[in-house]
Design a protein. Structure first.
Lengths: 139, 139
DNA sequence: ATTCTACTTGCAAATAAATTGCAAGTAGAA
DNA sequence: TTCTACTTGCAATTTATTTGCAAGTAGAAT
């Protein structure tokens, strides 16, 4: 995902391409794990926390970023990039996060829709695994 | 799930059976959807918010309650009861929540473990679907 | 039944997360 | 270059969650 892709994605939706948005994008791109708002702010120095919140929200709306909930008491965010659907394993003890790929959720979504009275379409899903990492498991 | 089950589960882990804990349990039992701390507090009237937090945490530890994250900015909680593994569909617009059952996540978990370098066991998982309910879809 | 003590609770205060209002700044169209 | 709607930073709020502590009590021991 190049920067022109970002610019285009933003423009296409009526968003302007600004310095804070570019910086935030770059921070996310370097990260190897989903980041909290505070972490993103740390990485950009100079960009206000509120701007990080608003930018991540904008990125989410244009589909550049995914919000991840790992039961840590705050939301995390990561670039979707070209990467297919991937998810996470989290150590419930030390909070270590690993990615994994290969979530075939379509059958589950189909079954859910079949049961549902009020929904006819799924537009997104979250799937996270929780465990003990080998390090914490030995303690 | 009867109340003696609660009492036993608590006692077994060294927790005392108290009035606030019973009330909170009853509120959760009546609910047909996962509740926020504030909603639980509303339902109990007289029990302090802090006690709700601490009790839900205790219930979580003894396995009575599951925490659910629906990207709403706060955690939700629901009784596990005897009910097997079930999950939710959430309307991203009006936040309507529906249950669904039939999450066969074992293959996914196995595949995740196969890929993982730092984990050898999954002890929990979260899976939530996001969509537009039929009502919101027509707007 | 009474005593004892570790576990619980409520209240207040602190911390942390997320949102809102607004004036000043600026991207990008004209 | 001009103009204006979109953005930003800063301060203030609101909402969520945690912590400290003194007073209360469940449940074991007597
Ligand atoms: Mn990831
Ligand atoms: Mn449920
Ligand atoms: Zn760990
Ligand atoms: Zn809806």
């Amino acid at each position: 995902m190049t920067m022109t892709v970002v610019a285009d994605a933003l423009k296409k939706r009526g968003f302007r391409v600004t310095a804070p948005r570019i910086r935030i994008f770059n921070v996310l791109q370097k990260a190897s794990y989903p980041m909290s708002v505070q972490e993103v702010k740390m990485g950009t120095k100079g960009v206000d926390t509120v701007t990080v919140y608003r930018t991540l929200e904008a990125f989410k709306r244009v589909g550049l970023v995914a919000q991840v909930d790992l039961q840590l008491g705050r939301a995390l965010y990561e670039l979707k990039e070209g990467k297919s659907d991937h998810h996470h394993i989290v150590c419930v003890s030390c909070k270590k996060i690993e990615d994994f790929t290969g979530c075939d959720y379509q059958p589950i979504a189909q079954q859910a829709l079949k049961q549902s009275k009020g929904f006819t379409k799924i537009i997104n899903h979250s799937l996270e695994l929780f465990g003990l990492c080998t390090l914490c498991a030995t303690k």
